[in-house]
Ligand binder design. Structure first.
Ligand code: SAH
Length: 509
């Protein structure tokens, strides 16, 4: 029997920002049986791998190789030899200082099929995110990628410093932080002006990106002062001068802020994207999990009796989602609501209803139960039947007030919320190290649950330095009563409102 042969995809993971992988690269991760990845490949990309895929970390941080290059080569041959589809995920582009060429040679020798999927190299991406175009028609028309890793003690260099110093407009050095002194000295010795602009970009395209600029004469002192570490790129040339006008990534309002998101994972993605786009590094620590109720009987019965209700009021996106899940499970659709008025507590809930083709009859001005009550002031509800599908633990103000106005309110449990504790260890370690800039609370239950996750004897010290931000006054009140000092309260009680308040707060720093 012939041995089944797999295939190796050598994929460029891009420079760090997970959005900078190619579509083809993403497909390779999705289809892999085995993903072999470096420390420079964005960890988020592993999320594209199938549940069954084997993920193997092979390190490769300057000097600290979890697996030697020979070990990596052998691993690729072994896994592909077993018939696996292997995606070898490498930082940046696999053929630019990534030893991709060596891996391919080994595959050819072993007779293993392969493909190369180029990636966005850090040499291009990090300067771009630092506001430095590598070429510019008025400034330079040549650029060179150079290794900065060469041992300065080596007697004869493979690098033609003379040509670099005199013949190329823009130089980009990889792996050069530790050799910065040697690099700048060589360039000046070979005739480059000491006032030639230089930039170092550390952790380019990630929320940790930092850029330091200077000249060949000053950059060593600047970098030492700033304490820059690999991975970083060194850019030498007049184009560095464009950064002052063109920088954009590092001027985003939440750059580098570490923000904890406590809302349920399913709901966190919109908020997470807003914060990340503004430069924040988010730590998801969902304190709530949304789950179906112990029994669907009540909701199913209400759905069967829908024509009897005059109003249907939704107070959360989850309420809408579970309601329609059961409606569809009963082989019915949105037309079942044609004789019922519908109200939502806020825009996100109303939007979720629109996903199912239902336009609300009322959306209150303010996103809290009190405002729903106010919105009903002008509407004759006396004697009307109102259905309220919502969370088991929801506040009672809405049913109480509507009942006071004479309505016949029926509250139904459409879902329950449970305490969750994902990522708690990481979050506690970050809090302890003082790495967390901000905790965000999007409901009173996120506050209560989060508090339970903190060891009581350490509570004060853990949260002392952290900004606490709440979606609205009710959540803020709960937070205060649980011992948090609330620094930010959204003016509009929505996720975009909370985002805007955070931007205001951190821009004022
Ligand atoms: N194949 C990779 C380079 C690997 S060599 C690529 O195409 O980008 C490793 C070096 O790349 C690091 O020492 C550093 O100089 C550079 N590098 C990789 N990612 C970087 C990043 N996000 N920011 C700055 N430099 C980076």
């Amino acid at each position: 029997m012939t041995e089944m042969r797999g295939k190796v995809y050598l994929v460029g993971a891009g420079p760090g920002d997970p959005g900078l992988i190619t579509l083809k690269g993403k497909e390779c991760i999705e289809q892999a049986d085995v993903v072999v990845y470096d420390y420079l490949a964005a960890p988020e990309l592993l999320g594209y791998a199938g549940e069954e895929a084997e993920l193997i970390y092979v390190g490769k941080k300057g000097g600290d190789h979890t697996l030697s290059q020979n070990g990596i080569n052998a691993l690729l041959v072994e896994k592909a030899g077993q018939g696996c589809v292997v995606t070898r995920l490498k930082g940046g582009d696999p053929f630019i200082f990534g030893r991709g060429g060596e891996e391919v040679e080994v595959l050819i020798d072993a007779g293993i099929a392969f493909e190369v999927v180029p990636g966005v190299t850090s040499a291009v991406a990090a300067p771009a995110y630092a506001g430095i175009p590598l070429t510019h028609r008025k400034i330079t028309s040549t650029v060179a990628f150079v290794t900065g890793h060469e041992d300065p003690q080596k007697e004869s260099s493979n690098i033609d410093w003379q040509s670099l110093a005199s013949g190329i407009g823009t130089l980009v050095f990889f792996m050069g932080v530790k050799n910065l002194d040697h690099i700048t000295t060589q360039l000046v010795q070979h005739g480059m002006a000491p006032d030639k602009p230089v930039a170092l970009v550390e952790w380019g395209t990630t929320p940790r990106q930092r850029t330091i600029t200077g000249t060949l004469g000053t950059i060593n002192a600047e970098v030492a002062k700033a304490g820059m570490e690999p991975p970083a790129l060194i850019v030498v040339g007049d184009v560095v001068g464009l950064r002052e006008r063109m920088k954009w990534f590092e001027t985003r309002p939440l750059l580098g802020k570490q923000i904890v998101i406590t809302r349920a994972r399913k709901q966190a993605s919109g908020f997470l994207k807003m914060l990340s786009d503004a430069g924040a590094e988010c730590l998801e620590c969902p304190t709530i999990e949304v789950a179906p109720p112990p029994s669907w009987d009540a909701l199913d019965k209400a759905i069967t009796g829908l024509p009897d209700y005059d109003w249907l009021i939704f107070t959360s996106v989850n309420g809408v989602t579970f309601f329609f899940e059961r409606l569809f499970a009963a082989d019915r659709d949105s037309r079942a609501l044609q004789h019922t008025h519908v109200a939502a507590i806020g825009p996100a809930t109303a939007q979720r209803l629109m996903d199912f083709g239902i336009r609300c009859d009322i959306i209150p001005e303010n996103y809290r139960a009190e405002s729903v009550v106010a919105a009903f002031e002008g509407i004759p509800v006396a004697g009307k039947k109102i259905l309220l599908p919502r969370a088991k633990e929801a506040r009672s103000i809405l049913p109480d007030e509507l009942t006071r106005m004479g309505a016949l309110v029926e509250e139904i449990t459409a879902y329950v919320t449970k305490i969750a504790d994902h990522n708690v260890e990481t979050m506690l370690a970050c809090l302890e190290n003082g790495d967390i800039d901000c905790l965000t609370f999007t409901s009173s239950s996120t506050v209560r649950n989060f508090k339970r996750l903190l060891p009581p004897d350490k509570f004060e010290t853990l949260i002392k330095k952290t900004t606490v931000a709440c979606i609205g006054p009710i959540t803020a009140e709960t937070a205060e009563s649980h011992g948090f000092d609330v620094d930010v309260v959204a003016r509009e009680y929505t996720i975009p409102g909370l985002y805007a308040a955070l931007v205001d707060h951190f821009s004022a720093d």
